[in-house]
Design a protein around this ligand. Structure first.
Ligand SMILES: C[S@@+](CC[C@H](N)C(=O)[O-])C[C@H]1O[C@@H](n2cnc3c(N)ncnc32)[C@H](O)[C@@H]1O
Length: 286
């Protein structure tokens, strides 16, 4: 791959060159180039647009060039920069955690609406980067927030994010709700974005090249973990509670049926994402 012409690079020429190199790998090449250059220079994107003729130092060019090459090779920008925007904050991400997705912000919004300023117990099952638990705890300080993950490496990242945002979250390693069940803790609010991709679909997906399989593989029909969580919730979920489960775009009908079977008296809704796809199972017991 042709290196950037470091000596001649200005902000404008570096952006133009990077955009060309990123185009085959990204459908947001211009934005990615700006994000990477902004990070290399330690400035906002608006600064780049206002100073097109500013020359890059050798160090800035070298850093930018390395990042552009990694992204051009397909590595997600969030892993290259080690951070990702989620809702109202920025989170640390590493290849040990799923990169939080915008769809998951819908789940957070439903959780925020339920929690309000009440002193409830909430749990984020399969917390990954801690996106849901950390943001909820930071925005609703009256809550007692737990977060579980089977992956110790993911929990390390989530703990860093809790510290970064001053969020009071108790992190517990283990299978789904088990760490809470073992301690006799019952949650009012259960949130979970568990792996939901059917195992058979994974080999064809580019996402598996970079993101942890543990965060993606949902078993034969993608709903294995949801099924197990619902069974555990029969013990770990308080009577007048809310459960929010992220699902795949084609799992609304099957997922809702599982919820109704497990909790016949509950109000079960399937919430849609910004693209109009089924995305969140909202299960409320009153
Ligand atoms: C799809 S990722 C979601 C991460 C994060 N909640 C988010 O929304 O960005 C699923 C997470 O569930 C965790 N996980 C997988 N199997 C689990 C299990 N049996 N018990 C607890 N966590 C599990 C994975 O390690 C991964 O961090």
């Amino acid at each position: 791959m042709r290196p950037l012409d470091n000596h001649a690079a200005t902000i404008q020429s570096a952006l133009r060159d990077a955009r060309t190199r990123l185009l085959p790998a990204s459908d947001s090449a211009a934005l990615d180039a700006q994000t990477l250059l902004g990070a290399a220079l330690g400035v906002e994107r608006a600064y780049l647009l206002a100073h097109p003729d500013q020359p890059l130092t050798a160090e800035q060019s070298a850093q930018f060039n390395t990042w552009v090459e990694r992204c051009a090779a397909g590595e997600p920008l969030s892993y290259v920069l080690g951070r990702r925007a989620f809702y109202d904050r920025e989170l640390i991400v590493t290849p040990d955690v799923l990169i939080p997705r915008p769809e998951t912000e819908l789940l957070l919004e439903a959780a925020l609406a339920f929690a309000g300023s009440r002193a409830l117990v909430a749990v984020d099952v399969g917390t990954g980067s801690g996106a849901l638990a950390v943001t909820l705890a930071a925005l609703c300080p009256a809550l007692t927030v737990y977060a579980t993950d089977i992956s110790p490496a993911a929990l390390d990242v989530a703990r860093q994010n809790a510290a970064l945002h001053g969020a009071a979250v108790t992190f517990l390693q283990g299978d789904l709700l088990s760490p809470l069940l073992e301690r006799g803790i019952h949650a009012d609010l259960i949130m979970a974005n568990l792996p939901y991709i059917p195992s058979g679909d994974l080999p064809a997906l580019a996402v598996t090249r970079w993101e942890p399989r543990l965060a993606l593989d949902g078993g034969a029909d993608g709903l294995d973990l949801v099924r197990r969580l619902l069974r555990q919730a029969a013990d770990g979920w308080r009577a007048e509670g809310l459960m929010l489960l992220e699902i795949g775009y084609d799992q609304g009908v099957a997922g809702a049926a599982l919820c109704r079977e497990m909790f016949p008296g509950a109000d079960v809704q399937v919430l849609r994402d910004y693209s109009g796809h089924d995305r969140i199972l909202r299960v409320e017991r009153k």
